[in-house]
Design a protein around this ligand. Sequence first.
Ligand code: ARG
Length: 479
Amino acid sequence: MSVLDESVAPAEKSHKLWGGRFGAGPTPEFDALNNSIGIDFRLWPYDIRLSRAWAVALWGASVLTLEESRAIEQGLDAVGARLAAGEAPIATDEDVHTLIDRLLHDEVGDVASRLHTGRSRNDQVATATRLWTMDACQRLDHAVRTLQGVMIAQAETIETALMPSYTHLQRAIPVSGAHWLLSHFWPLERDRARLKAGARSAAVLPLGSGAVAGCAYPISRVLLQGTLGFDALSQNSIDAVSDRDFIAEVLFASTMIGTHLSRLAEDLIIYGSSEFGFVQFGEGYTSGSSMMPQKRNPDALELARGSAARMLGNLTTLLATLKGLPSSYNKDLQDDKRVLFDATDTLLLVLPAVAGALAECTFRTDRMQAALSSTMMATDLADYLVRKGATFREAHGAVGRLVRESEQTGREMQDIPFASFAAAHPLFTDDVYESLSAAQSVAQREVEGGTGPSAVRAQIEQARTALLPPPTPRSNSVV
Ligand code: ARG
């Protein structure tokens, strides 16, 4: 008996999956720390699914009679219906598994006590979390695709608009507006591949691993795998109950999505400032200022940028949790769901908001065009000399001198007299002024992945193709 035990309820008073070897029940302080129902409640549909499959597996292993197995399955359906109808957990429910066990006892009585044969919450929670993650990856994929669809639609509105590209946030070379916007499309495409890989890692079934050493009854894990829609069976029960690599992978994918959204948001926020003026924000995803009547603030984009920090925090939290754990299940792992759910919830809020904010942006193509200064064609001028036989280094030096003249005299390049061009390099002839147009500059860059008009058209088509649903596998793939 502990010195703190005055208020402790005996173990029998609450529905517990353990407690037999304990004289007194846990302290309220322990319960407050230990109970995870507030976090893992949302796993209930998955826990019911795997429990139904487990009831059948136990029948297959002759642990349950057909009647018992059926009674448990029906009971689990009834529990599912109650939870779907809004039944809430009670204070003594330690976690979602305990809650479902309690409700199942409510529905079918003592036979419910047979369901927890040969399994542990260790393989149970790992299985439920994997099922949840497999679904979450699909929901995330859908939300990312929706944003990518908006990107393509908006890119088409600025396909022929020219704007500066930037390196070091300094004006670099003219590009098509679509080329800039689609530079944010492809990172998300890579993220979708990462999500898919995360879902594949999640699709390995731990059920049948028991607490740590494997189930002592001859259940068919292969049947469980098929019923529950997993791709493979875990190979080692000690590893299986503590493998959270799939969560780390999904959190990494989420962190990358967060990072990519943050960079898109940052571009839009900068381009939406009066100084740039390339983008005009709509009203659906912005807010005003309580003091400055003129303000329209891009809050949704700023929140998206900020949320990337939380995503990264979630990833590092999980990795830090995993790194020092001894093998097999340890209670530290209970907190895996906190970070997984937070990252997913956050992205499912942020992705539609960014899609909406982008959809209602208007691009000011006049402002984009006006930001193109002739010194941005300096690389084209150097290329002009190279095409006429100069080395690039020599050309670079000659054009540099002309840029200096442009800066010193405050003249655009096309206003510099031909004599200066001729003095800078003998290979300049008076057709040089043609290579000073942004349209000409862009037109030179028809290389795959470049900003030339045909290359950008092809890129838009490739982006569209990337969003097509994957071909459905042929049902009879055996040859
Ligand atoms: N709520 C626990 C979790 O999420 C379930 C597993 C409990 N296992 C145990 N050995 N106490 O990790």
